[in-house]
Each structure stands twice: as structure tokens, then as C-alpha cells.
Design a protein around this ligand. Structure first.
Ligand code: AMP
Ligand code: GLY
Length: 432
């Protein structure tokens, strides 16, 4: 099989790493890829978001399967364009990707189909212009003095959500979107939502026209600082499985995922690809925080190393509605990934800094180094993004995996590098 992976982050490196192990993959391509991906795949200069360029590349390569990593090209309809040309694409079409592309659309689906989620109301810029008091009435009357969450409706690169600790913070987030133009068109509609409490989990499932195959549960660490402090990021680390998660909560979480797929089907929306359901485990049971129409980053860096089945076979089956024919086998082993990021991230940061210690890290046992934002300059691997690397370790239990991840990561350094030292620490404590 000739496979093209669209994207150039840690998630795509982990996908390439899995695909590279498959005897079915004869040629592996990535666009745009990165310095890590370039060690196992042929990288092509095409932006992940450039639908036209990606379609042209798939045609030129005569790709048998195109695996679409990030959300933006999915929401822009890359999978539809590829299918229209008779190519197999892993990832949902534009209609189904709307689940991530519009939080108001997702909320409406959940409400209509009785899927548990936080109470919310959507408002547009026009509502605000007409009467701001109307917009704030839900906040004041329905949510009372309790905390609120304000979400830009559209894609905002993981930055569109404000978990407000008081009314003033909620109001300023609403104003920033509806009046200040924060997030551009993505913020011209906002969702004002009830704030939920509880541990968060991410559920990953493969979905095609007729099947749902639960893949894994994972937890990621969104705040930049140890102890969940500081601003939100794309994710500073992750681990899987979740040893602390007990029945019946786990089954209830998967039931919510299944209900989502039923709801999509009832609405006549075909989903093909990976469905990521972000859940909060509240006292009233699991409730949906968000849906993503793709693998998580950095969760993929812990889920793929646990996969025992042939990744190419599974993705190809999913892309051709044959999921029911393949076995998706996940090991009971644990994996932990630790992100090494640029100083200043998630704010502004320098790039082009040489990365030391990659060889020694690669030689560390039971570990792999996935590149998220790296490039090459004068024959050296340099930093090229906010999140630079994700170092994954694995072993029989979370404690072993954690040790391997941090051992391997300890070899790596670059100017200003930051990382959290408490990834999966609580899970290890609780398992004692
Ligand atoms: P999202 O991009 O929707 O996943 O939101 C980013 C983060 O905001 C989530 O991972 C949660 O930590 C938090 N969040 C989102 N919605 C809520 C909510 N209704 N209550 C509490 N926290 C939330
Ligand atoms: N790690 C969160 C995400 O991929 O959206």
C-alpha cells in the first residue's frame, strides 16, 4: 500500500511510526511532515490545511490511502474531495467533521438526542449587537453565581475555550469574541455553558458506516504548568490506560460514544474515521465536553504504541467501511508521553534552536521520541514549534511507562526547553 499522512505534528509522527511497522505499507509519505517523520517517510512540501495541494499530491503519488491527521483539512472537506476522486481517506467528511468544526452544531445534536452534556446556549454577534443583556441573561439567570465556560463556536486551535472563575471573566470572554473579534469568524458565535466538575477522560473510537470499535481511553494534561497551573495548551503530556477508572463509569463513557454515533446516523450523517469524545466524569455520570473528528495530540503518542494490530490494516478497513472485518487489539501495557516545549509556549517563543541528545534518547529502552515541531537547519535538528517533541515510554504499568518516558526525555535539551514533571504522577500514586 502507498500511504500519505496529512499533517506534521507529534500525532502524525506517531501515526507514521505505527504505519512504518506494517508489512502492508510499501511506501510512506507525509505532507508536510517534520524532521522526525522524515526519518521514516518521504516528506512533501504541502500545507496540511491546503486542500487543493493535498489532493494534487495524493493524485500524483497515486496514494491508496490518505490518513488525515489534523481537524482543519477535515472540516474543509479534504476527505470528501479525495473520496470524490475514488481515493480511500481515513477521516470524516465535512458534514461529520462539523462535530468539531462547530460547537453549537455538536451541542444541538447532543440536546436533540439526549446525550449528556453541560447546559448551554449559543449567541451570535447579531444577538449581542441587538441587546447584550439578552446574551448575559443565561449567564446570570440560568447559571446563577456558578462558574461558566465560554467557547468560540468554530476552530480556534485549542484556544477558544475560557473556563471562567467568575462573572467578570465570563463577560470579558464573551465580549472578546462578539465585540472584539477574537478568533475571527470562529468567535462570531459563542456557546455559554454550565461549568462541570470532575476528572476528564478522552475516549477514542474507530467508526465507519456500520461499526464502532472502542480503541482506548486516555488522559491528557492541558495546562502548561505542573499541578495543572498556567494557561491551556494543546497538551503537555498524556497516558493510557486509566488504571483508576472503575466500572460502571467506564462502560457508561463508552455508552455515550455509542449514543453519539447513533445520533449521527439518525441524522443521516456518515462518520468514517476516529471519533474523539472528551468527557467529564461528573457525579451525575459522564458528560460530553467536546468532540474531535480526529486523533488527539499528544494522546496518539500513547495510544499507537499500545496497538498490537496492524495500523495500516485498521485505518484502511475504517476508510473502506470494513471495520467489522478487522481485529483491533490493544495491549494491556501502559504508555506515558511527556511533551518538551519551547520556552514561552503557549505564548510566543523562539524557533531554530538546536536540539541536543536525540540519539541518546532514541537508544533508551522501551521509549520513542515523536517530533511535534521540529525542522532541519545545516544538517541539525532544530526547534520549529511550540510543542517540539513528545517522548513516550511504555511498560507493564503506568509507573514503568512513566519511568521510561522521563528516562528517555532526560537526554534531550534545547535552550529554554520546558516540560511538566508531573505527567501521570497522580495515576501512579493512586495505583499504589
Ligand atoms: P474543549 O476545547 O471544549 O475541550 O475545552 C477545553 C477544556 O476546557 C476542556 O478540556 C476542559 O478542561 C475545559 N472545559 C470545557 N468545557 C467545560 C465545562 N462545561 N465545564 C468545565 N470545564 C470545561
Ligand atoms: N489533546 C487534545 C486534543 O488533541 O484536542
Amino acid at each position: 500500500m502507498r500511504v500519505l499522512v496529512v499533517g506534521g505534528g507529534g500525532r502524525e509522527h506517531a501515526l507514521c511510526w505505527g504505519l512504518d511497522r506494517s508489512p502492508k505499507v510499501e511506501e510512506l509519505h507525509a505532507a508536510p511532515g517534520n524532521a522526525g517523520i522524515a526519518t521514516i517517510a518521504t516528506c512533501h512540501a504541502a500545507d496540511a490545511d491546503d486542500v487543493r495541494a493535498q489532493v494534487d499530491l495524493a493524485e500524483e503519488l497515486d496514494a491508496d490511502l490518505v490518513v488525515i491527521g489534523p481537524e482543519a483539512p477535515l472540516v474543509a472537506g479534504l476527505a470528501d474531495e479525495l473520496r470524490a476522486r475514488g481515493r480511500r481517506a481515513f477521516g470524516p467528511g465535512r458534514d461529520a467533521a462539523h462535530l468539531e468544526g462547530s460547537k453549537a452544531f455538536a451541542k444541538d445534536l447532543m440536546v436533540r438526542h439526549g446525550i449528556p452534556t453541560a447546559r448551554a446556549v449559543a449567541y451570535t454577534r447579531a444577538d449581542w449587537d441587538r441587546d447584550p443583556r439578552d446574551v448575559l441573561s443565561f449567564l446570570d439567570l440560568e447559571l446563577g453565581g456558578r462558574g461558566a465556560v465560554v467557547k468560540a463556536d468554530g476552530l480556534a486551535a485549542g484556544k477558544g475555550v475560557t473556563v471562567a472563575s467568575d462573572r467578570a471573566e465570563a463577560v470579558s470572554a464573551i465580549e472578546a469574541c462578539l465585540e472584539g473579534g477574537a478568533f475571527g469568524a470562529a468567535g462570531e458565535r459563542v456557546l455559554i455553558e454550565e461549568r462541570l466538575e470532575g476528572p476528564e477522560v478522552s475516549a477514542f473510537a474507530f467508526v465507519d458506516a456500520t461499526s464502532i470499535v472502542p480503541l482506548a481511553l486516555a488522559q491528557d494534561f492541558k495546562r502548561v504548568g505542573a499541578g495543572d497551573t498556567g494557561p491551556n495548551t494543546g497538551g503537555m503530556g498524556a497516558y493510557s490506560p486509566l488504571p483508576w477508572l472503575e466500572e460502571p463509569m467506564e462502560s457508561r463513557a463508552w455508552a455515550v460514544v455509542a449514543a453519539t454515533v447513533d445520533a449521527l446516523r439518525a441524522d443521516g450523517i456518515a462518520y468514517a474515521g476516529l471519533l474523539y469524545t472528551g468527557l467529564m466524569l461528573t457525579e451525575d455520570g459522564p458528560k460530553v465536553l467536546e468532540y474531535n473528528c480526529r486523533f488527539g495530540d499528544p494522546e496518539t503518542q500513547v495510544v499507537i504504541p499500545r496497538l498490537r494490530s496492524d495500523l495500516a490494516e485498521v485505518l484502511d478497513a475504517c476508510a473502506s467501511d470494513r471495520l467489522a472485518d478487522v481485529k483491533v487489539d490493544l495491549s494491556d501495557e501502559a504508555a506515558v508521553t511527556v511533551v518538551l516545549a519551547s520556552g514561552g509556549y503557549p505564548g510566543s517563543y523562539e524557533t531554530g534552536l538546536p536540539i541536543e541528545g536525540l540519539k541518546a534518547a532514541a537508544a533508551a529502552p522501551d521509549a520513542a521520541v515523536f517530533h511535534s515541531g521540529s525542522g532541519e537547519r545545516d544538517g541539525r535538528v532544530v526547534t520549529a514549534g511550540g510543542r517540539v517533541l513528545a517522548v513516550t515510554g511504555w511498560g507493564p504499568a503506568v509507573a514503568d511507562a512513566r519511568r521510561c518516558a522521563y528516562d528517555a526525555a532526560s537526554h534531550i535539551s534545547f535552550d529554554g526547553m520546558i516540560r511538566r514533571d508531573d505527567i501521570a504522577a497522580r495515576a501512579v500514586e493512586e495505583a499504589r
